[in-house]
Structure formats: C-alpha cells, structure tokens
Design a protein. Sequence first.
Length: 372
Amino acid sequence: MHTDNIIHKSEAITDLFELINSDRFPHALLLKGAVGRGKLAIARSLAQYLVCTDRKDGDSCGKCSHCHKSLKNIHPDIHFSFPINGAKATCNDFMNDFRAFIAQNHYAIGSDWITEISEGKKAGNMTAAECNRISHIVHLKPYEADKKVILIWLPEYLGKEGNRLLKMIEEPPEETYFIFITDLPDLILGTILSRCQIVNISPIPVALIAKHVEENFNLDAETAAVVANLSDGNINEAIGMSNQVENKFLPTWIALFKSTYRGHTADISKSVSDINEFSKEEMKTFFKYCTHFLRQCMLLRHLAEDQIQLRKNEMDIATKMTAVIDDAAIHEISVMLDQASYHLERNANMKSALLSTAIKMNHILRKDALVA
Ligand SMILES: [Zn+2]
C-alpha cells in the first residue's frame, strides 16, 4: 500500500494525498528537507496514488496493474530523473541500476547513489541531454494511466541546466505532474523554486524510527531505541546502523579498546587496519557508536543500570571498561573520536589519523590504568 513506506505521516503529507483526492494536486511540487527523512519514498507513494485506479480510504489499492507496476518502479507513466555520470548521458543509461538501488532501500540517499555511479571519479550531474529527455517525455501522451508523473530526485544537481525545464514546469501539458525532491533547495534556481508548490518534510520522530528498525531489522526494543537516538532522525543512517551494530561495531570497538589498553603494537595495528576497512559512512557511524558507548560508560559510573542505553552484552563490556577508565579519560577519548570523525569528513588519510587516535588512546588509558 502506498503509505506503508511513509514512516512519519505528518499533516503536510496527509494534506498532499487529500489534494489528489480532490483533484487539486499541484502540477509542480517540491519536497524539501534534510537528508534521511524519506522524501523519495513519499514522492513514490504520491506517484502511485496518482495513477492508482482503485484508491480506498486515502490509500492506493496495491492490487491494480498501476499499483503493481508502481511498486516495481516500472510504471510507464511514472518517470524518474536523477543525477548521473558523464557529460552526454541521460538517465536511461542508468535506469536499471537506479531501479535496483531504490528497490534495495526505500530510504536511499543521494550520496550513496553518487558513490554507486562514480567509479572513483567525480560524478553527479543532470545533463542538457537529460533535460531534453524530460522535455520529450512531457510532450508524450500517457501510455497506460490517464496522467504522467515525473519525479526529479536531487534537482540541486541541475545547476543552470534547470533553465531548460522552466517552460515545462510553468505550462505543463494536461495531467502532467512534476515532483521535485531536494536535500538542498538553496542550490536550485530561484526561477524553478518560484514555479513550485514547496512542502517541507519534517524530521522523522525518534520513536517512529525506533519502531521501524525494531520491526524490520530483528532488533530488540532497547537496541532499536539506541540506534534511533544515534541516527538524529535520519532513517537511512538508522538502517545502516541496524545492519552494522551487532556484527561489526561492538567487536571492533572492544578490539580497539583492548588493544590500546594493553598497548601491544601488533594488536593496535590490526585494530586500526580493521577500522580502516570500513566504508566512509560505516566509519562515521562507528565513531558515533563508540562515543555513545563511552557516554553510557560515564553514566554507568553515576546512575543505576536501568537508566543506561546499552544491551545486556554491551552492559557487561561497559562494566569492565568502566573499571579501568575515569570520567576525564572518557571525555578525552570522546573528543579524539570526534576529531577522527572531523578528519573523515575532510577525506584525510584515515589510516594515519586512526593510528594517531589509537596511540593517544593508549596514553590516556595507560595513565588511567596506573591510577587505578
Ligand atoms: Zn491501485
């Protein structure tokens, strides 16, 4: 059903579905809001609802041929446009990959897509050729539905080419609907913005993110709450973390802590190499996870266990760590992990940054161990 993939059905979103019911849906809509609020999923649900022939109770039927094709992202009257790679390319060249990408994760984000297509080179543009393709689509008659929907994901990549779309947006043929989905409205031409109805998509409340990852990722309620809190309302990040928490982050964190505490060079070096194997996003989340873990260790020193956001197996580890680390050391290590995260954002050489972090951790922990 169309609304299942919308985690937070805010009033603004419900209103958009109402506009479709009453035939007053804008011909050019722009959904804006920070990364990870599920905007693309909302746009896809709106597109499905627009073409469904058997809407019920504010929901598309999920059964008609239009719904079937929408759900597979192959409806001939729902078109996708998005950033691509290559000066003369159009989205047709990337369509199969794009469909697989959004089928894999309803809440996929732009930077993941750009990474997927970049092949190590600079990527992410919306070409003149792509604008011509959109123009061609706009002037075709719908194939199967009585309307056409054109989803333009991340129009901030259009740059000045956006001028090519102005006339189409201003005077679209009958029953043609543009839905723009943007993370960065400031980068879009004012002339495009002024022709769109703009709807701000609000952050997904933490409790709803927790519920979503608990139900979909086989996490217990406690872990789901931790992941949701760490995600800052970013559903994509919460999903990434849910996949990683159990398998990777806890063992890697324990290895880093143990090796730096004991000070065995070979172990420290192995631990650093393991962390360096993480993707950039994973590493960013890993640092957050470690900082969260340390914060809980600090709380554990002062509060009752039931107030700590750690799972049973994490709690056992935290109790051991807390025995050899004081508040000052926790603070110092947290600051260093934040610095490592800062280096990561700036694409620094992470192997040497990690090594330097590990060596500093070793100094802090050894000093602390002597005091203990
Ligand atoms: Zn339907």
